[in-house]
Structure formats: C-alpha cells, structure tokens
Design a protein around this ligand. Structure first.
Ligand code: A3P
Length: 315
C-alpha cells in the first residue's frame, strides 16, 4: 500500500508501460497517467466535498461527457447557464478534480464559501481511493459505467488521437486488448474501478447512484428524470417538455454538431483535440474491432469479475 500522505511525485511509485514510451504509475492497485499523480494525491489529501456538491465519477470513455452535459443541464435548467453547452465543451463546464481543479489552478474551488449552491465536478479516481473523501461529506455521486468491450474500443480510438501519437506511433488494438485485460490501463483495472462504485452504490444508495451508458441510450428520458430526482432537482409533471429539451440538447447529434465540439483545438488541460470526445456514441461498436476469440476472452473476465460478484452486466 502506498502511503498517500507521503507521495509528492511519481518517483517512488511502480511503473509499467502501457503504450509506446508512455507509462502509468500505480497507486494502491490502480494505474494513473504520471501527469495526474501529484494532482490526484492533492485531491485525496485536500478535497473536502460540501454537502451540496455533486461529483460525476467514471472510468475513462464510459460516457462522462454525456453525463456532464445532462447533469449540468438538469441542475441549471432554470438559469441563463443552461445554454452554455452551445459554446462550451462539457469538460470546461464541469471540471475534473484531478485535471483542472487540483491541477494547475484552483479557480473552480472559488465558490467554496457558497454553501448553498451546487458545485459540480467530475473524477476518474476509483472509489477505493476516494472512500474517505466521500465518507466525510453528504455529497452526491453519480457513477456512469459502460460495457467493457465498447469502453476498450473507445479508449483505443481516443488514445490514437493524442498528440503523442506523432512521436510514439499508434497504439495497436492487440496491445490495447492486452493492457485492458491485464488492468495496466489508465484508470485501470476497469473491473475493480466499476465494482468499487457498484458496491458503494449498494451501501450508500442515497449518496451514490450508478447508471450505465446502455440504459441511458435505451431510454434517456426516464433516466434523466431519475437522475434529477436523485440529485434533488426533480421535474414536476408540467415539466415534461423541459425533460424532452434536455434529452434532445444533450444528444450525440446535437452536441457533436457545435463548433466547439468539432474543433481540432486542444484544451489547456489535456493532449487531445476537443472533437475526440465525440466519435460514434453507439452501443456494440466493439463488434467492428474485436474478433470472436477476444470477445470470448473479455466475456470470460466479465463473467468472473462482474457476474461472479452478482453484478449481471457487461456481456
Ligand atoms: P465512442 O468512442 O464509442 O463513440 P467519455 O465522455 O467518458 O470520454 O466517453 C466517450 C464516449 O462517449 C465516446 O464513445 C463518445 O462518442 C460518447 N459520447 C460522447 N457524447 C455522447 C452523447 N451525447 N451521447 C452518447 N454518447 C456520447
């Protein structure tokens, strides 16, 4: 076990290559990009959620951008803020704790004194590391997950959009599959990440809400209402049209049509262009990239890690 209080840089941590010359560092069984080690440690040591805070948690590529857009729209529906998604990428409206908030600036913590307002953040840090942080507060957490095969394929595409591809060459799908299955993958192991939040949602259902990308695709409206209820911003019967508006305005087609989300520009906080957060937005695209043997290999892992723990999901 790494003593989090003693970690200042990634120097003392175990490292493994995951793609090209790029490595990930291990903190208590989970793998992190070295760039985010110091800021992750700062989150774990310093972040004190307020009771009204909402934290959107996820493993990378499981629908974070969509969830941010939906929750931002639900919470801000009666304010001027509601139209901000037209001009701003969701990641600039809902900052990630270990990337923007505890990264280079602390600007997003400015409203710390406003105890009555809702601060909205996201994180990819696993529950196993955040347990104490969440236990210290009555804040609400929404965790989105996605089936492992689509998550892997989405991450593979995303990584191949990184600036580093110019130097390090592409990440080959065979390598991505190996890394995903071994768990040596940014944010990984995927299965432990998901099970941490799954179990937490069962232990603390008033504070931790789990939703899957697939159920959100299947009936977005129902789940937007459930999310709103959980977050303490329920829709009244006469607000059906508002729910429809939110579902439409956060759909893949609408969001991906905005100039900011089509942009080849890079945000200040990460090495991918804004447009790489929008690719296809469908369920089952893995069938176009994974062969039968790989599908069976990942399904076997899913049966072991999820079904074996009574979470009948992911195949
Ligand atoms: P694909 O690569 O399968 O298309 P994250 O936001 O966690 O990085 O996840 C990115 C995935 O969510 C990508 O999946 C992306 O296309 C999809 N996505 C982004 N916005 C979406 C939306 N509004 N509706 C559905 N899927 C969306």
């Amino acid at each position: 076990m790494v003593n989090i209080l003693e970690v200042v840089t990634d120097e003392s941590l175990r490292k493994e290559n995951w793609w090209g010359k790029n490595y990930v560092c291990q903190i208590n069984n989970f793998w992190f990009l070295p760039k985010f080690v110091p800021s992750t440690i700062r989150v774990l040591n310093e972040f004190k959620p307020l009771p009204n805070d909402v934290i959107l948690a996820s493993f990378p590529k499981t629908g974070t951008t969509w969830l941010k857009s939906l929750v931002f729209s639900i919470i801000n529906r009666s304010s001027k803020e509601s139209s901000l998604l037209v001009k701003h990428n969701a990641h600039d409206l809902v900052p990630t704790l270990e990337v923007q908030v505890f990264g280079t600036t602390r600007q997003y913590l400015d409203n710390e004194s406003h105890h009555s307002s809702t601060r909205l953040y996201s994180t990819h840090i696993p529950y196993q590391l955040l347990r104490k942080t969440f236990d210290s507060s009555n804040c609400r957490v929404v965790y989105i997950t996605r089936n492992p095969k689509d998550t892997l394929v989405s991450m593979w595409h995303f990584t191949n959009k990184w600036k580093a591809v110019d130097q390090d060459g592409p990440w080959h799908i065979e390598e991505a599959i190996e890394k995903f299955c071994s768990g040596v993958f940014p944010g990984g192991p995927y299965y432990d990440h998901v099970m941490g939040f799954k179990n937490a949602s069962l232990e603390k259902p008033k504070n931790i809400f789990l939703i899957t990308y697939e159920e959100l695709i299947k009936d977005t409206k129902i789940h937007v209402k459930r999310l709103a209820e959980f977050l303490g911003f329920p829709f009244m019967n006469h607000e059906e049209e508002e729910v429809d508006e939110i579902v439409k305005n956060c759909s893949f087609d609408i969001l991906s049509s905005y100039a900011v989300n089509k942009s080849e520009d890079f945000p200040s906080w990460f090495q991918v262009p804004y447009n790489s957060f929008f690719r296809q937005g469908v369920v089952g695209d893995y069938k176009n990239y994974l062969d039968a043997k790989t599908i069976e290999r990942i399904d076997a892992l899913t049966r072991d890690k999820f079904h074996g723990a009574d979470f009948m999901y992911g195949i």
